[in-house]
Design a protein around this ligand. Structure first.
Ligand code: GLU
Length: 313
């Protein structure tokens, strides 16, 4: 009789991590946010947690890193909880772009001023302006509290070095934000909205905490360990759909074919993914491929998904 899946994962994961780690030398760490260029290029770590709270991890899981674009999944959910679907989709679209995450190209070409989706930078900046709160401090505080609740870690906080490093160099994001403001997509002052955005991108997290957040999405908004509903099911459905169609930048189609799971990556090399109803998964591998996804992380997820037949498609 074959071993239960979790035991097989536990037995095989260390070897798969070491095999996938070989890929790190073919990628690069992000450097356009200067502080991120200090990330360890050869690192790879993964943490899985199941519905009963049983976890398995392998590799460099002690490493903490900034959420970057992974945070966009949760600011989208919070904006939906604050404003409802209609108000959110008045300001952002629902379609993948096929362009880079920081591209401005289609902002002007198609629907004037409305970003294609909430996971590209322009869309996530628009979403930051929809978070409820009387000022940027209160908005950012609400986002941080939401991340703390979902990750089950009240100590989660910003990496202020990364925050300052991004804020000081974000000319492209700034230009996009001004463009959005001019088109009536952004509410409030541009710098205030950007501050909320840079702060949520700079929240420092570990693989175990990402896995815990993913576990809530894997259970349609319910924390299976406590039975508490943290997110309405409909908003998890929306978030998971965007993760599937746009979560891995313009390699989302390839990832859907090779791995077949909803996922979101960030330029720090983090990936949050999940197996619906079963596992939350958090991963870090700062060496990125040409599309901006963790090169070793994607290889490891391909191995896991293909070995255990996790693809949803
Ligand atoms: N803070 C990053 C930026 O705006 C996030 C990008 C990402 O992780 O994709 O450039």
């Amino acid at each position: 009789m074959s071993l239960p899946e979790m035991e097989r994962i536990e037995a095989l994961l260390p070897q798969w991590v070491e095999e996938s780690r070989q890929q790190c030398s073919y990628g690069k760490v992000a450097s356009y946010i200067p502080e991120l260029s200090k990330s360890p290029i050869g690192a790879l770590g993964i943490h899985l947690i199941n519905s009963k709270g049983y976890s398995v991890s392998a590799g460099d899981t002690k490493l903490s890193f900034t959420m970057q674009s992974i945070s966009k999944v949760f600011t989208l959910i919070l904006a939906l909880m604050d404003n409802g679907e209609e108000a959110v989709f008045d300001k952002v679209g629902m379609e993948p772009t096929g362009d880079n995450f920081n591209s401005m190209l289609k902002l002007e070409l198609v629907q004037p001023g409305i970003p294609f989706n909430p996971l590209i930078n322009a869309g996530a900046i628009a979403i930051s302006s929809l978070i409820a709160g009387k000022d940027p401090k209160e908005k950012s505080g609400r986002v941080l509290e939401f991340m703390r609740l979902l990750s089950n870690n009240q100590a989660l906080d910003y990496d202020l070095d990364v925050y300052r490093s991004e804020s000081a160099t974000a000319n492209l994001n700034r230009s996009m934000a001004y463009f959005l403001k001019d088109n009536g997509v952004l509410q409030g002052e541009v710098e205030d909205v950007l501050d909320v955005y840079f702060r949520h991108c700079s929240i420092r997290i570990t693989c175990a905490e990402l896995a815990q957040m993913a576990l809530v999405l894997a259970h349609n908004g319910i924390n299976p360990l406590t039975g508490e509903e943290l997110i309405p099911r409909r908003y998890v459905q929306i978030a998971k759909t965007f993760m599937t169609t746009c979560g891995m930048y313009n390699a989302s189609g390839e990832f859907a074919i090779q791995v077949g799971l909803p996922a979101k990556s960030g330029v720090s090399g983090g990936i949050l993914t999940l197996v619906p109803g079963r596992y939350g998964i958090g991963l870090i591998g700062p060496s990125l491929n040409r599309k901006g996804n963790s090169i070793a992380g994607v290889a490891l997820l391909e191995t896991l998904s293909q070995e255990f037949d996790w693809s949803l498609f």
